[in-house]
Design a protein around this ligand. Sequence first.
Ligand SMILES: Cc1cc2nc3c(=O)[nH]c(=O)nc-3n(C[C@H](O)[C@H](O)[C@H](O)COP(=O)(O)OP(=O)(O)OC[C@H]3O[C@@H](n4cnc5c(N)ncnc54)[C@H](O)[C@@H]3O)c2cc1C
Length: 120
Amino acid sequence: MDVDKHTLRHTRRPNVFGIGDASRLPTSKTAAAIRKQAPLLVENLLAVVEAHAPTAAYHGYTSCPVVTGYDSLVLEEFDCDKTPQETLPFNQAKERTSMLLLKQLGLPALYWHGMLTGRV
Ligand SMILES: Cc1cc2nc3c(=O)[nH]c(=O)nc-3n(C[C@H](O)[C@H](O)[C@H](O)COP(=O)(O)OP(=O)(O)OC[C@H]3O[C@@H](n4cnc5c(N)ncnc54)[C@H](O)[C@@H]3O)c2cc1C
């Protein structure tokens, strides 16, 4: 599916929007990316339904938890230009056990109780 990388609207079929792995957006395909894409898609879809131009813009945010050892992980967050988009208040380029625990314990909870219920 070819969607505009900012508005997430199909480039040839204006009544179609797309997110996720099938959207062919120029960023790494992750659930973390979808978490940012989904609210933007809804905002733009509602704008179009109300005959307004879609103005909410996605900038390619994605996140890859890279396991670097038995007890360490680097939580990468970046956009489609590979520019870091770190959200935590410390250097995320550093390998950390805390980030491994976040992936093992925190992110599944975020997925099941946050994303799937629409809270985050
Ligand atoms: C091994 C692995 C590890 C990952 N780890 C992470 C991670 O740590 N963090 C992260 O953020 N992301 C991670 N990802 C990426 C994340 O899982 C995907 O980006 C995300 O699941 C994509 O969601 P989606 O809804 O776009 O597509 P999918 O989850 O692929 O959903 C598409 C659905 O459509 C169904 N389908 C396909 N064709 C048809 C059809 N013709 N009719 C009806 N249904 C159909 C499929 O069965 C599937 O259920 C990982 C992916 C993999 C493979």
